[in-house]
Write a protein of this length. Sequence first.
Length: 187
Amino acid sequence: MYFTSDVPPPGGGDVRVSGVLALSVLPFGHPDSQWLVAEVQQEYVRRYGGQDQTPTVPADFAPPRGLFLVGHLDGSPAGCGGWRAHDGDEPDFTDGDAEVKRVYVVPAARGRGIARALLTELERTAAAAGRRRMVLQTGVRQPEAIGLYTSCGYVPVPKFGRYRSASGCRCFGKLLPSPLTVPPPAR
C-alpha cells in the first residue's frame, strides 16, 4: 500500500507525507519491525524512565488474530504499529476487541501523517478480520499520541492491563465498522 502527499490514507485524514510511504504487513520478528520496536522502547525510556513491560508475544501479531505494519518512507523504515485480538474470556476485554500496540514514527519522519496512515490501516485490517472495537493504552507523557487518537475518534475507556493502576495511564477505544462496510485498501 502506497501513499504520497496527494493521496490520502483510507478513510481520509490530514496527510503531509513527503515522499512515498509504503505500508507493509511484516512479521513482528522481521528485522525492520524489531528495529522500530527497539526504537519505541527507547522512546518510553526517555519519556517514562523505563521500557513498556506489557507482555508482547510475536505470535499475537500474526494474522488472522493480529497484524504488524511497518511504514517505509522512500524505502527506509519510518514507523510501525500493530493490533492483536482479545476476547471476553480475558480480563478487561470483550469479544471482538483488538488492542493497538507499538504505534511509533521515527523522529525524522514525524509530523507527516505517517502515524495517522498506520492507525487508519490498523483499523481497516482489524475490522476486516471481524474485530469490533479497537482499544489502546498510552500515557500522559505522550500528548502527541493522545491528540492523534482523540482526533481519530477514540474516546476514554476504563483502564486495563498492566498499567491500569498507573496515574499517568490513559486508555481509549473506538468502535469499528462492520466487516461488510470496510472499504478495500487504497492503491
